[in-house]
Structure formats: C-alpha cells, structure tokens
Design a protein around this ligand. Structure first.
Ligand code: NDP
Length: 444
C-alpha cells in the first residue's frame, strides 16, 4: 500500500468515530501526494504518522452555575497539535456540536493554515460543547472563568495562544483573559482577539472576512477580473460573514443573501449590512428579523436553499460541511465562478470535486480564511513589542499576507504539476515548511 493510503487507513483504525478528522486528514494527505513522492525520507522518519498525531490532547471538566443556581457540567478541549514552527495557535469554539473529532480536524487544518501565513505559529484548537445561545452575560462569564481555571496551566504567550472561533467573540475573550490575568498575574499576549484597551490589535475583528475577500480579489485579478458588479452569496451572519460582506461591498459587489442556523435572507437589492449588524452584533437576535425590517427582502426557513440562489461568487462563512454535493451542483448550474471558503471545511469532499471538475476557482479554507490567524500573529507581535499599529498599517500587512498566500499556493500547485488545484497547492505550500522543521528537530 502507498504511504499516504497506509497512514490514512491507520488513522481511521486508531481514531474511530472521528468522521470530521478523517475527512480533513483525507483532503490534506491526498493533496500532499506529489510532495511525498519526491521525499522518500519522510516515510523513513514516519513524518506523516507524527504529523497526524497531536503532540498533546487536553480534556477537562467545566462545571458552572447558572442564574437560577443549577449546576452544569460541560466538556473542555485543547488539542496542541504541532509546535514545529512556533507556539500552538488556534481558536476556541463554544458550540453544542463540539467534540474531539471536530477539534482535531480544526487543529490539523490549523497547522498548515498557520504555516501558509508565513508567520512563526504552530497549530492548535480548542473549545467546549457549551452553547452560548440564550445565556445571560453573567452565565457566559461564569462559564469562561471556569473554563480558564483549568486551561490557564496549559497555555502561555510562548507556549499556546488561543483565540476566538464560533461562539467565542470579543465578550468571551474578555472574560477568559480577565480570569487568566487574575490567576497568573501576567498581562501578556496569551489570547488574541483582545479588546483594543487591553492589548488587542486593530483589524483583528475584521481580519478573517477581509482576508477572504482580499485573496478572492487576487484570484479574480489574476484572471483579469474584479469584485465590481459581481453577485455574491455569503452563508452565516457571524464575525467572518459580516466582514466578508463589508469588504465585498466596498469592492463594488452586490451581496444578496446571508443566513444563520435557522434560515436565510434574500435581498435582491443587496444586503443592508447595518441592519444585519444591528440584529446579530447588537441584539444577538435571529436573521429572520431582517425581512421584517427591510422592504423587498425574503426570509426562508432552513439553510440549504441559499445555495440555489444564482451568484458569481459564493463565500461559505458559517460552519463545516455546509455545502454538500447537491448544493455544489446547484451553484455550478447557476453559474458560480469562484468559491472562497471563509468557514473551516464548509465544503464536503464531494462538493470540492464538483467545483474542481466544473472549473470553478476554488479557494480552500486553510488559505482563504488565514487572515484571522495572521492578524492574531500581528497582535502577538504588537503585544511582545508593546506597540500599537494603526488600522491602515495592520490592514496593509493583512492584504499583503493574503496576496502572498494566493501566489504561494498557486506556485506550489504549478511546481508539483497540479496547476489551478488550490486544495493541493495550499496543502503543499503549508506542509513543506512544517515538514522541514520537523525533520530538523529529529524524532520528537
Ligand atoms: P460566529 O459564531 O461569529 O458565527 C457563526 C455563524 O455561522 C452564525 O451566523 C451561526 O448562526 C452560523 N452557524 C454556526 N453553526 C451553524 C450550523 N451548524 N448551521 C448553520 N449555521 C451555523 O463564528 P465565526 O464567524 O467566527 O466563524 C465562522 C466560521 O469561520 C467557522 O467555521 C470558523 O471556524 C471559521 N473561522 C473563523 C475565524 C475567526 O477569526 N473568527 C478564523 C478562521 C476561520 P447562529 O447565529 O444561528 O448560531
């Protein structure tokens, strides 16, 4: 059996019941085949076996008391996957669906994404099956304090630097940081996505969405095109979706649809982002409200229908596996030309195949949404240097990083004979640096 196939088979056998982890590993390792063939020394060093095995997995109990005095117990996770090129770095996700499989898939992706940014950060991910929806600020604070009371001993500015993800935004990072500082008595850059008054960076809030649009704009530019006048569909209405929408609109595109986990809105005149921000960021209400407030807009229950709306560019920005084969075929039939993944692994393996066969320019998550972690690394640099860069400075660095990622994955795809296949290109470009560092460190 070939090396990649053998490692994948062993991974599935040793990690049963982890379908998302299997899916991410399959996509990554298959994309790496051209590199593996060129480097027989990797097999001798069991490099892939070590690459897919986290350096450390931390599982812990998170007990907390709600406003009525009831005691709850959630699961806490931190997977410290790979520190070959820098301290572990990756977000925390609070969502009822969180389990070890999801955290491991996200952590594995994160290794290559972080490498792609060109910055010295390793890969990690964490979270909890806690559901922040419907909880009071006090309950969120209690939960975050309990979570950090265990997590603090495993992280540090040179060890592991978590950030936000689904369900973990500025409010949660604030509570987590407050508790860390209280226990450790250290005001350091141990978490990113911090508020601007206590060590945060300008542009971090916008970074993932802006970065997604910057890299998509570069792909358009390489084909003599631009966002100007394009029809765009964006899934989600959280942090990534909102700022992808903002930047796409600034570049002249018309965003016609967005969703939350209950259903989608369609506004043929173009989404009014001020209304979405009021509903989702200020009121923390449901996207359904949009149709009550904006004339001519429609609300449809359920999410899948969003992919049947004709568009030139689709930017999935909500969650994993939101575009399956059927949705991908509907998008292609309706003329989609570009798909940029703002969320992590939003397209199933079958959906990716549909896009690639149809000649759609497909920008995979680990490249397309790397702007968030890249700006987190810029936040770390500012924290270490006790500096504070302007919005324009950070934004310019972010744009530059995204443009470089595009050209690096494009060049890697060409070099390894898979031109235009950015799934392979991103995996290869990210992997080479990590593999070199792992080989240099010996068998560790
Ligand atoms: P948020 O929590 O801010 O927003 C998530 C959005 O997706 C919400 O609109 C939410 O709807 C929707 N959503 C979540 N789960 C589901 C589901 N199962 N079905 C349908 N809709 C769902 O998260 P982010 O915007 O931060 O993250 C979105 C994606 O981007 C994730 O995949 C994340 O890993 C990825 N990402 C985020 C980065 C960041 O910097 N924030 C960096 C890189 C990647 P509802 O409001 O109903 O819950």
């Amino acid at each position: 059996m070939q090396y990649v196939e053998r490692v994948l088979a062993e991974l599935k056998e040793k990690n049963p019941n982890e379908p998302e982890f299997h899916q991410a590993a399959t996509e990554i390792l298959n994309g790496l085949k051209p590199v593996i063939e060129k480097h027989p020394e990797y097999e001798k060093a069991a490099l892939l076996e070590r690459f897919v095995e986290p350096e450390r997995v931390i599982l812990f109990r998170v007990p907390w008391v709600d406003d009525k005095g009831n005691v709850h117990v959630n699961k806490g996770y931190r997977v410290q996957f790979n520190s070959a090129i820098g301290p572990y770095k990756g977000g925390l996700r609070f969502h009822p669906s969180v389990n070890l499989s999801i955290i491991k898939f996200l952590g594995l992706e994160q290794i290559l994404k972080n490498s792609l940014t060109g910055l010295p950060i390793g890969g990690g991910k964490g979270g909890s099956n806690f559901d922040p929806k419907g909880k009071s600020d006090n309950e969120i604070m209690k939960f975050c304090q309990s979570f950090m009371t265990e997590l603090y001993r495993h992280i540090g500015q040179d060890t592991d630097v978590p950030a936000g993800d689904i369900g973990v935004g500025g409010r949660e990072i604030g509570f987590l940081f407050g508790q860390y500082k209280r226990i450790r008595d250290e005001h350091v850059g141990v978490l990113t996505g911090r508020g601007l008054t206590y060590g945060g960076s300008l542009v971090r809030t916008e970074a993932t969405g802006y970065g997604l649009v910057y890299i998509t704009a570069e792909a358009l530019k390489a084909r003599g095109d631009s966002f100007e006048g394009k029809t765009v569909v964006i899934s989600g209405s959280g942090n990534v979706a909102i700022y992808a929408c903002q930047k796409a609109q600034q570049l002249g595109a018309k965003v016609v649809a967005m969703y939350d986990s209950n259903g989608y809105i369609y506004d043929p005149k173009g989404i009014r982002l001020d209304v979405v921000k009021q509903i989702k960021e200020v009121e923390r209400a449901r996207i359904k409200e949009y149709a009550n407030r904006v004339k001519g807009a429609e609300y449809h229950e359920g999410c899948k229908g969003i992919w049947t709306i004709p568009c030139d560019i689709a930017l999935p920005c909500a969650t994993q596996n939101e575009i399956d084969e059927v949705s991908a075929k509907a998008l292609v039939k309706n003329g989609v030309k570009y798909v940029g993944e703002g969320a992590n692994m939003p397209s199933t393996l079958e959906a990716i195949e549909v896009f690639q066969k149809a000649g759609v320019v497909f920008l995979p998550a680990k490249a397309a949404n790397a702007g968030g972690v890249a700006t987190s690394a810029l936040e770390m640099a500012q924290s270490s240097g006790r500096l504070f860069w302007t919005f324009e400075e950070v934004d310019a660095k972010l744009k530059n990083i995204m443009v470089n990622i595009y050209h690096n994955m494009d060049a890697a795809a060409k070099e390894y004979g898979v031109e235009g296949d950015y799934v392979a290109g991103a995996n290869i470009a990210g992997f080479i640096k990590v593999a070199n560092a792992m080989m240099a460190h010996g068998i560790v």
